[in-house]
Design a protein around this ligand. Structure first.
Ligand code: GDG
Length: 485
């Protein structure tokens, strides 16, 4: 019966993202099982989806296999299939080796391949068609992220009755960089099919509006863009492009942090590291945007110069495996692991390790225990749409202690002004900031952490999705409080 879920024009609310919020698992007898894949987006949208009779359109994570729509935990799941070669060209290629580096200010050189673009168009069309089939008359469709930028236009062409939103989770670059993209007009036109286009930072929305003016010459007023209506000659549609900074399930993280067994685990982590005075922590997907090398370089120099010592300070670096089939990521892993080996070889003693390097993913409880154990949290991204790790660290510190060192190049730094803000390219400045964080007096740590926690509580992920959806469904098409970026 599961397999006969009737999806034609059935749903008033549809979320479209590259990956579905569930992971496939073969059961003991080879049967299909689905597990929640723990992600912020699922937590944010689950209540909305349940309340609104929602469906989620996306890929299952398994190539070359078709799955029928099914129901999971009260959400209708509509799988979109991808072949192995589409996975290579649309996902690993165009999404992760063209758009990702380009949108992160070309920290790594983007590759431009016409076959990858063709696959991107083809796969975007498949996602758009699946959403169009499932959407009821006048439904709200919310499309997510850089893998699916053409979907809003494709949807609007086939289903002008729909209310279409798009949210970009990564930065949108300045025009001088964006304009390198051979398909720069097609991508902007794809996005302009939406009614509301959301970004992390005001600066991203500003970059987008400038690109629209440069490439199309459309009029923009503050967050409003007048886009010619392809169905009514001479008329325009209003498109809103503004920032909606994403957040986390703040109460959920704090609840885990308050569990006695998680606090016991935090103490255990401390003692297993040899009870150093200071534990510094980095938590990132192993990605070149995260500034992991910059952070380790600064830490290594502090040890070399005797400003820190392994007897008193340890750096724990969780680098969760990511995009391992993309060559740039393989190279990065080699570079990082060479660096860890050298630094540990130079500085570790039998009793004290300089860097505890962990190339694993961990359960959320373990991440929270690490946050509780960390005296200094190092977020040194060279470019990051938001950076949820920074917000998670703050949400977990109900003890009002711990120091967040945060790169100015993260979206989170727009809100988390009480962090120790750094430019990770400035290694000397980074070293000074790390020493400042280690030595910060308790009173100042508390003062800053209280302010940070207030900020994070004020905008949690439920707030984020509600604000976006209110704007999308008309409650706030003109946002008085939001100034011209
Ligand atoms: C993109 C944008 C934007 C990491 N390792 C483990 C683990 N994580 C979790 C973290 C955090 C999430 O993954 C990573 O989120 P970030 O925001 O830090 O970075 P991206 O993955 O690059 O996310 C980013 C975000 O989208 C949302 O819009 O903020 O800028 O790049 O939640 O905790 N979680 C567990 N084990 C791990 O080993 N359980």
């Amino acid at each position: 019966e599961r397999d006969e879920l009737h999806v034609e024009h059935a749903y008033d609310m549809i979320v479209v993202s590259n990956r579905l919020p569930v992971d496939y698992q073969a059961g003991p007898n080879g049967e299909t099982q689905w597990r929640n894949s723990p992600g912020g987006l699922v937590t944010a949208l689950e209540p909305v989806m349940r309340a609104a009779d929602g469906a989620w359109v996306g890929w299952t994570g398994i190539a070359d296999r078709e799955f029928d729509p099914f129901e999971h935990d009260g959400i209708s799941i509509i799988p979109v299939p991808l072949t192995a070669s589409e996975l290579e060209e649309y996902y690993e290629g165009f999404s992760n080796d063209t758009l990702w580096p380009l949108y992160h200010d070309v920290i790594a050189p983007p590759s431009f391949h016409r076959e990858w673009w063709d696959a991107y168009v083809r796969v975007n069309r498949r996602f758009a068609e699946a959403a169009a089939r499932a959407a009821s008359d006048g439904a709200v469709v919310w499309v997510h992220d850089y893998q699916l930028q053409l979907v809003p236009r494709m949807l609007r062409e086939s289903r002008p009755d729909l209310v279409i939103g798009f949210f970009n989770h990564i930065p949108f670059p300045a025009y001088g960089i964006y304009s390198q993209l051979p398909w720069r007009r097609q991508v902007i036109d794809g996005l302009l099919g939406a009614d509301v286009i959301g970004f992390q930072r005001a600066a991203d929305a500003g970059n987008f509006s400038r690109a629209v003016r440069r490439l199309f010459g459309y009029t923009t007023r503050g967050t409003i863009i007048d886009v010619p209506d392809s169905r009514k000659a001479g008329e325009t549609r209003r498109v809103v492009a503004r920032h909606f900074p994403i957040s986390i399930d703040v109460a959920g993280f704090e609840e885990i942090a308050r569990r006695p067994e998680v606090q016991a685990r935090a103490r255990e982590i401390r003692s297993s590291l040899g009870d150093p005075e200071t534990i510094m922590l980095g938590v990132d997907r192993l990605d070149y945007t995260k500034g992991i090398r910059h952070r380790m370089k600064a830490f290594g120099e502090l040890l070399r110069d005797g400003r820190l010592s392994v007897e008193t300070a340890t750096l724990v670096q969780v680098a969760s495996p990511s995009r391992e089939r993309v060559e740039t990521y393989r190279q990065l892993r080699d570079e990082i692991e060479l660096m860890v080996g050298r630094l540990n070889g130079d500085h570790s003693t039998l009793g004290h390790q300089a860097i505890a390097y962990l190339h694993h993913g961990y359960p959320r409880e373990e991440m929270v225990a690490l946050y509780l154990a960390a005296d200094v949290m190092l977020v040194t991204a060279l470019r990051d749409g938001m950076n949820l790790v920074a917000k998670e660290y703050v949400a977990c510190r109900f003890d009002d202690d711990g120091v967040l060192l945060l790169s100015e190049f993260t979206g989170a730094s727009d809100e988390l002004r009480q962090a120790v803000l750094v430019n990770p390219h400035d290694i000397e400045g980074l070293k000074d900031a790390m020493v400042e964080a280690v030595r910060m007096p308790k009173r100042e740590r508390t003062r800053r952490m209280r302010a940070l926690r207030k900020r994070v509580r004020e905008n949690d992920v439920a707030n984020w999705s509600a604000t976006f959806l209110e704007t999308l469904t008309g409650a706030g098409i003109i946002q008085p409080g939001v100034s011209d970026p």
